[in-house]
Ligand binder design. Structure first.
Ligand SMILES: [Zn+2]
Length: 87
């Protein structure tokens, strides 16, 4: 999964400790095939590295979004085998 520069801006992710493409929640939801509502819920659950812009808008580290999206895809494939989720 890749996000191009049009999806956000080049920022600094403190979690990754380096320059990262920071993308909007809207771009993230489109990128991983989720609704914006889901994305905002995951933000509240601290699933993503986030950074607030000066205007108070939340931007997400594209690496954390891509990792989360890949995890969902893998889980979907595994789920077809009838695997059980345990806590
Ligand atoms: Zn990050």
């Amino acid at each position: 999964m890749r996000f191009d520069a049009e999806s956000g801006y080049q920022g600094f992710c403190p979690e990754c400790g380096g320059p990262m493409l920071m993308i909007s929640a809207e771009a993230a939801s489109a990128g991983i095939g989720a609704t914006k509502r889901q994305v905002y819920r995951w933000i509240e659950e601290n699933r993503f590295h986030i950074q607030e812009s000066g205007s108070g808008e939340t931007f997400l580290c594209s690496a954390s979004v891509a990792a989360h999206g890949a995890m969902r895809e893998n889980r979907g494939l595994l789920g077809q085998g009838g695997s059980e989720e345990s806590n």
